[in-house]
Write a protein that binds this ligand. Structure first.
Ligand SMILES: [Zn+2]
Ligand SMILES: [Zn+2]
Length: 292
């Protein structure tokens, strides 16, 4: 039953400990999962023990499900105009990075940050200098800046902004990009149309983003294209034409990248909707049997 195409999965809970993530992944039929390594509304988490890392490794081996990424806590804002928030954000990022290293998780996904009432350019400078201050990430850990819906002056809503940010940060080799389909759509890229997709791809190429994409978040959107309002929806039930997901799943540049759902878990149990959404994605990823 070998299946070609990107490894698929979802963001899963770690209630009961980080080592419970692979089993949750197995229950939805995932190959990869994304987790929060601590409560996502806290600056710092309870310290992880070597035992947590070992248990996670064993569970990954048993289930065949990898933890592809840790999503940083939402509090982190390296673009804040308030210095104390930037400082706390840097410490929190360091905490997240050392957790990723300890758990052997290769990617750390972070929203670049928000510049508040200041012009985007100032936010970009602040985020970039924070990344420079941070310096090198632990061995084996890559920071992925996630594109945003553009809600509340968040930085990273265009490929151009992502590039500006990366260049200002000195284009470090351990910083790359994670793309979220809902955020792309909400920020104005209508990836459900062929022309919108082509426009995105050429912007990605122009800005050097295409070779930097390491991961995808596959989410449909409750809000229309360009809304700049971030509300995730089940695949095929939102405003994004499903052809967008086929384009992402079958594009040669993305064929080995982990792709995870961050859609609502509003089924009969925490697994039902992820299982369903993954089935929809697998159908879209499969080469068409008849046509042509
Ligand atoms: Zn995110
Ligand atoms: Zn996302």
């Amino acid at each position: 039953m070998s299946r070609k195409g990107p490894p698929l999965g979802a963001h899963v809970s770690v209630a009961g400990g980080v080592h419970t993530a692979p089993e949750r992944g197995r229950r939805i039929g995932a190959e990869v999962v994304q987790i929060f390594s601590k409560q996502n509304t806290r600056w710092m988490g309870k310290a992880l023990e070597e035992e947590d890392a070992r248990a996670l490794r064993e569970e990954s081996e048993r289930t065949g499900v990898r933890v592809a990424a840790i999503h940083c806590a939402y509090l982190i804002n390296l673009g804040s105009a308030t210095e104390t928030i930037r400082t706390r954000s840097l410490y929190a990022l360091e905490d997240e990075a050392s957790r990723a290293a300890m758990l052997g998780v290769p990617y750390l996904v972070m929203h670049p940050g928000s510049c508040g009432d200041d012009p985007a350019g100032e936010g970009i400078v602040r985020i970039a200098s924070a990344i420079r201050t941070f310096g090198k990430f632990p061995k084996g850990v890559t920071l992925l800046l996630e594109n945003t819906a553009g809600q509340g002056n968040s930085i990273g809503r265009t490929m151009g902004q992502l590039r500006e940010l990366l260049v200002a940060a000195g284009s470090p080799p351990d910083v790359a990009v994670c793309l979220d389909s809902a955020h792309l759509f909400e920020s104005g890229y209508d990836i459900g149309s062929a022309s919108g997709w082509d426009a995105l791809l050429s912007e990605m190429e122009e800005n050097g983003i295409l070779p930097l994409v390491r991961m995808w978040h596959l989410n449909d959107s409750k809000t229309p294209a360009g809304s700049r309002v971030d509300r995730h929806e089940h695949i095929g039930e939102g405003r994004i034409d499903v052809s967008a997901f086929r384009r992402i799943l079958t594009h040669g540049a993305f064929s080995a990248l982990p792709m995870v759902l961050e859609t609502p878990k509003d089924g009969d149990d925490e697994f039902e909707m992820d299982r369903r959404n993954l089935a929809v994605l697998r159908k879209l990823a499969a080469p068409p049997t008849k046509e042509r």
